[in-house]
Write a protein that binds this ligand. Structure first.
Ligand SMILES: Nc1ncnc2c1ncn2[C@@H]1O[C@H](COP(=O)(O)OP(=O)(O)OP(=O)(O)O)[C@@H](O)[C@H]1O
Length: 334
């Protein structure tokens, strides 16, 4: 079967200024292939400014590559017109970072879901449209009766993000570009949204390009990974291999900055390591620096040991959410 998506030596150079024009290489010689018969989740990871969003914009056709081609199901997307272009717009969907931004606060959720149904003529009648909305909401783990008829401000961030995924699912996409879809939702909801994306790939055959700066969620969700630095690929391969045995110094640096839990530290046990590391007495020693400091962080002994080289807060807020929640349910008194 043909490739679903093939990027061949894509580069994107932005130019600034007319006199003394300066160019900025946002993406350089970037290639990837996704097969149509093997829906998968591929992570593109890198720090801020590495070119991740530029890649998303190129894939969605919002901007054109300076050099190279984006081939979707055998066709260069820059040559698509009319019906073929509409099909591309329908089959390649996106979920972005801010789950609130796509909602118009004056309309109920139904409006957000009805627009693509009308635009792409997905339903034969109002009842059919309603069925399709309900199906899509159920597929992302939401109860239609709780969601339909509500305004965006009446929903949680996690619900809003799942509605965005449902909206994409309505269009029966073949490819979903998920650009930092969980970075603005609460740690406790990240696992649910990541699980929703995984179900989409597994149960609905959707390939996902998961764009993130966060290797822990990448590890949780993806099969393969491409690590970007200043627009260039530093390392690529199976996610397990790349994260467990990073070869490139930049990837090693990223992996080293992941805070790992101390699974030997039990609730109520002596916080030996935390004390050694300067903690003890006032709960998590990073509490004052943590943007999400909660009462639980002040518990004594601290809930988790953290990687002392990591500058940000504690494991509770930064590690893989499913592990965190699992550990919480094991460790906290009933
Ligand atoms: N429209 C533009 N004009 C000029 N330069 C741009 C433009 N968009 C992005 N850039 C530059 O291209 C580089 C890559 O930006 P990009 O937004 O793709 O990075 P990113 O990895 O998504 O970063 P972040 O995680 O902070 O969103 C950056 O140096 C950025 O300043």
């Amino acid at each position: 079967m043909a490739d679903l998506l093939r990027l061949e030596n894509i580069s994107k150079v932005y130019s600034r200024g007319l006199i003394n024009a300066q160019s900025n290489v946002a993406l350089s010689n970037f290639s990837l292939t996704l097969r149509e018969d093997e829906p998968t989740i591929l992570t593109v990871a890198g720090e801020s400014g590495s070119g991740k969003t530029t890649l998303a914009m190129l894939l969605l056709g919002f901007t054109a590559p300076t050099t190279g081609q984006i081939i979707y199901r055998g066709r260069d997307i820059s040559t698509l017109r009319g019906e073929e272009k509409m099909a591309y717009r329908r089959e390649v969907q996106a979920v972005f970072q801010d789950p609130f931004a796509v909602f118009n606060p004056f309309y109920t959720v139904d409006h957000l879901l009805t627009v693509p149904i009308k635009r792409f003529k997905l339903a034969k009648s109002k009842a059919d449209a309603r069925n399709k909305m309900e199906e899509a909401l159920t597929a992302v783990g939401l109860r239609p009766e709780d969601i339909l008829g509500r305004f965006p401000h009446q929903l949680s961030g996690g619900q809003r993000q799942r509605i965005n995924v449902a909206r994409a699912l309505l269009l029966k996409p073949k490819l979903l570009i998920a650009d930092e879809p969980v970075s603005m939702v609460d740690a406790s909801l990240r696992a649910t949204i990541l699980e929703t994306l995984r179900n989409l790939q597994r149960d609905h055959g959707v390939s996902i390009i998961y764009i993130t700066h966060d290797l822990t969620t990448a590890y949780h969700i993806a099969k393969s990974i491409i690590v970007l630095y200043r627009g260039s690929v530093m390392e690529a391969g199976d996610v397990d291999t790349v994260i467990k045995d990073p070869q490139h110094p930049y990837t090693q640096l990223l992996v080293d900055s992941i805070p790992w839990p101390n699974l030997d530290q039990r609730w109520g046990a002596q916080p030996i390591k935390a004390r050694e590391a300067g903690g003890g007495g006032s709960g998590c020693r990073f509490r004052s620096r943590c943007p999400k400091a909660m009462d639980i962080c002040a518990t004594e002994p601290p809930l988790f040991e953290i990687n002392p080289t990591h500058t940000a807060s504690c494991f509770l807020h930064h590690a893989q959410p499913h592990v965190a929640m699992e550990r919480l349910s094991q460790l906290l008194p009933a």
